[in-house]
Design a protein around this ligand. Structure first.
Ligand code: CTP
Length: 407
């Protein structure tokens, strides 16, 4: 998901930097658009560094020859089509007036007209400007048009006066943005315990046994759950990707460490989702020195703890969801795991298929739940969509608890 964040010229412009960070924490890409006046308050470089994206600073960015660049002249159309919401924070009285009257004389105001995405504005200005009949009338026009207005707070203002006009708290702006993005907060109040990634079982100081797992499915679920309002406790094995920064992360290596971390966090959780590709076996006697090559050798293995089974046996009123990577008889095996391990839901992926599953951004899964013999097919799509579908089923099971189907 991507939002356009318009920053206009007010003392509160610096507060937009924190808004960029909070949105990114939730996995949302941010394209910052600064008005000329905003650039008097904060340098575009600050936003470029924070957002990792080029900041739009004008309608006609100039190329090396100082000639207006033709592609930049129509960039507002491209940005308008690429964003899922336009958020303006802080929004001055001037930009509200431009939006209300449809005057498009810079990038941000042209973007407002060109986008069909939902629009959120967080006004900030002097109290008299806020109370002025012109501002009130413009706000009324915008409100009627469906623009979401995050009302400013009251207090001491930078101009020395006291009253309404302070930029709303960041949390309120983020909540309005998430709402505009259609991210319902149906997991607010829930704490989701998630395992993700592979585990590594030591053979000697330089070698280990592991599973093919990028952690992407688990991290997508973590991000999606956060965006739907949950607190997320993420227990993860080693991966090459960055976990969502709003998740509370516990890094582990071995199955034993993952088990200990998960059991310790279990009491805090209300929903458990185990996506980790836990190694099923570990070396019985891992070497303390590097094992030398001396012709054929065999490795004595012993099973690791089945974390999912152990968690499910102590689940209480929690919902417990497992994942199953199968290469044959996927549904049959998954149904057995669902009932055998006392799970509420299992998400099966057939990892024998090309291009989905391991090390891919895409996945195709079948969801089995304890209350139905019907299966839910999620045909090949991005892992983000799969995560949303899994969370939809969790919310359904939570809101309509039914007894498990007897097979
Ligand atoms: N799992 C676990 N602890 C293990 C092994 C698996 O918690 N030691 C969890 C995984 O995170 C996943 C689910 O169990 O959610 C199913 O994993 P999978 O490897 O498909 O199933 P297993 O029960 O190990 O069965 P098998 O390997 O025989 O198919």
């Amino acid at each position: 998901m991507k939002i356009g964040l318009g920053v206009t010229g007010g003392i509160a412009a610096y507060k937009a930097a924190e808004i960029v960070r909070l949105l990114q924490d939730r996995g949302i890409r941010v394209q910052v658009i600064m008005t000329e006046a905003a650039q008097e308050f904060v340098r575009p470089l600050t936003f470029a560094a924070l957002s990792g994206e080029k900041v739009v600073t004008g309608m006609f960015s100039r190329g090396e020859e100082h000639e207006p660049n033709i592609s930049s002249a129509i960039e507002h159309i491209a940005v308008a089509q690429s964003i899922d919401a336009l958020v303006v924070a802080p929004a001055t009285a001037d930009v509200l007036a431009h939006f209300a009257q449809g005057i498009a004389n810079d990038f941000l105001t042209a973007l407002y007209l060109a986008t069909t995405a939902p629009v959120v504005v967080a006004p900030a200005m002097n109290v008299n400007m806020w109370n002025h009949a012109a501002t009130r009338a413009n706000l009324e026009i915008l409100r009627k048009r469906g623009v979401k207005i995050v009302e400013p707070g009251s207090g001491y203002l930078a101009c020395g006066m006291t009253g309404a006009g302070r930029l709303a708290e960041n949390e309120a702006i983020i909540a309005a943005t998430l709402e505009a993005l259609g991210a319902s907060q149906d997991l607010s109040g829930e704490t989701v315990l998630l395992t993700a990634g592979p585990t590594r079982e030591k053979i000697d100081p330089v070698r280990y046994l592991s599973n093919r797992s990028s952690g992407r499915m688990g991290y997508a679920l973590a991000e999606a759950a956060l965006r739907r309002g949950a607190r997320v406790l993420l227990v993860t094995g080693p991966t090459a990707i960055k976990p969502p920064s709003a998740a509370e992360v516990t890094q582990v290596e071995s199955a034993e460490a993952m088990r200990n971390a998960a059991l310790e966090l279990l009491p805090e959780s209300t929903i458990v989702i185990m996506t980790a590709a836990v190694a099923d076996y570990r070396a019985k006697n891992p070497g303390s020195q590097k094992i030398k090559r001396k012709g054929p050798m065999s490795l004595d293995l012993e099973p690791t703890a089945d974390i999912l089974k152990e968690i499910a046996s102590r689940k209480g009123s929690r919902l417990v969801v497992g994942f199953a990577a199968e290469t044959s008889n996927a549904l049959e095996n998954a149904r057995q795991k669902l009932t055998g391990k006392n799970l509420d839901m299992i998400v099966v992926n057939d990892v024998s298929r090309e291009g989905v599953g391991f090390d891919s951004d895409r996945n195709a899964v079948t969801i089995l739940t304890c209350d139905s013999l019907e299966t839910i097919d999620v045909p090949e799509t991005g892992k983000w969509d799969v995560a949303q579908r899994v969370l939809d089923q969790i919310v359904r099971l939570r809101d309509h608890p039914k007894s498990a189907v007897k097979i």
